[in-house]
Design a protein around this ligand. Structure first.
Ligand SMILES: Cc1ncc(COP(=O)(O)O)c(C=O)c1O
Length: 396
């Protein structure tokens, strides 16, 4: 069976993790892995999650299967969180939100749904996009292409080029967007640009698919769903893949959801039935522990308030680090302009370094990042920022 099988190289991020763990330099810094970190370098469990988990454990009476839709309270609450408490899309019965094991599975279920419904559809993603998008959609049998997005020279959005390219997309095409905190480049359309992008989707008739992995990390939980809500208002069909990994910090519990907006209530019911048949052939039944926790948080005013304060604290810390880093780099005498760090959002930005400079950061300073020089801003803290800037000045 396996005589022709060859090992595949590990994911570059995992390679960095292993090299970082083996490094004995006490000043080492890991800027690669995409998890939130606090000032002490820890990825803490949120207090809202700790409290809800206690309630869940005290009240659950069985671990029997719950059925393909999973935790109904989670699905309802996530729907409201994404589309809004007073959402017309929900009132019209046009949307179904169904839990998945993380945002990655939401994307994969979405991809399987597209392939099932319209196998000839292609999917267009921003250039660049999350590396796993490039693996996941082709693995589901969907051809991928890209549209211009990131301007490497100015570290900004190629808005005009993107709009020109999207004018060529139409019915049957799926266009993938990052709702906020673009991974890897940290650049997002502003609200006025989202208005125009969503108008264009309605005009051209392509199907928007929105990856929302960092809701709450850019401008706020409500604000970050702007793109999803505009698409849902203007377009007959929208696919949304959301993740609770970052904003609830429940990474390893694997919590996410797929939301499908349809033209009418009957179509939404039909699509839901197809999703259940697709997931039955894949992971059969969804895990319920993580969604059970989030169900409790989102159905308690007190815990929701606590959770929102915790999301806001994570976002404010990242934004504070962006500002301090940009200011300190500028004050250090480095002539290259890094002020874009402050304009961008979320955990990731490209530093604009060569592979050779990334190698020097690693070999001479034990500072680890991927070859593209995408860094996780949340990995910085008061204790390591000055050392990083010294290293940066040297390699530049
Ligand atoms: C852009 C993007 N989409 C989706 C995900 C999926 O996250 P998860 O499957 O851990 O919920 C991530 C995680 O890093 C991401 O960066």
């Amino acid at each position: 069976m396996f005589e022709h099988l060859n090992a595949v190289p590990p994911d570059p991020i995992l390679g960095i993790l292993a090299a970082y763990a083996a490094d004995t330099n006490p000043r080492k810094i890991d800027l690669g892995i995409g998890v939130y970190r606090d000032e002490t370098g820890n990825t803490p469990i949120l207090q809202s999650v700790v409290k809800a988990e206690k309630t869940l454990i005290a009240t659950q009476t069985t671990k029997s299967y719950l059925g393909p839709p999973g935790v109904a309270g989670f699905n309802d609450a996530m729907g409201e969180l994404i589309f809004g408490h007073d959402s017309d899309t929900i009132k019209q019965g046009r949307v179904r939100t169904i839990q998945t094991p993380g945002g990655t599975a939401a994307l994969r279920v979405g991809a399987d749904l597209i392939r099932h419904t319209r196998p000839e559809s292609g999917i267009w993603a921003s250039d660049p996009t999350w590396a796993n998008h490039l693996a996941l959609f082709p693995a589901a049998g969907l051809p991928m292409d890209s549209y211009p997005y990131f301007d490497e020279i100015n570290s900004d959005l190629r808005y005009e080029d993107m709009m020109e390219a999207l004018k060529n997309r139409g019915a049957g095409d799926v266009v993938l967007f990052h709702a906020c905190c673009h991974n890897p480049c940290g650049v997002s359309p502003d609200p006025a640009q989202w208005e125009s992008i969503t108008d264009l989707a309605a005009e051209r008739g392509f199907t928007p698919m929105v990856d929302m992995a960092y809701m709450g990390f850019e401008r706020g939980v409500e604000e970050d769903s702007l793109a999803v809500r505009l698409f849902s208002k203007k377009c007959p069909e929208v696919i949304v893949a959301s993740s609770c990994s970052k904003n609830f910090a429940v990474y390893r519990e694997r919590v996410g959801a797929i939301s499908i907006v349809c033209e009418n209530e009957q179509k939404a019911a039909d699509v839901e039935s197809v999703i259940h048949s697709l997931t039955r052939k894949n992971y059969s039944m969804p895990p319920t522990h993580g969604p059970g926790i989030i169900d409790i948080i989102l159905h308690s005013d007190e815990l929701t308030e606590l959770w929102l304060s915790e999301v806001n604290a994570m976002r404010n810390r990242i934004n504070g680090l962006r500002k301090t880093l940009a200011e300190k780099i500028s004050a250090s005498g480095i002539s290259k302009d890094f002020s874009f760090l402050e304009r961008q959002s979320g955990m990731f930005s490209f530093l604009g370094l060569s592979v050779e400079q990334v190698g020097r950061l690693k070999n001479e300073f034990a500072i680890y990042t991927v070859n593209s020089a995408r860094v996780n801003i949340a990995s910085f803290n008061d204790g390591n920022m000055d050392y990083f800037i010294e290293a940066l000045a040297t390699v530049l």
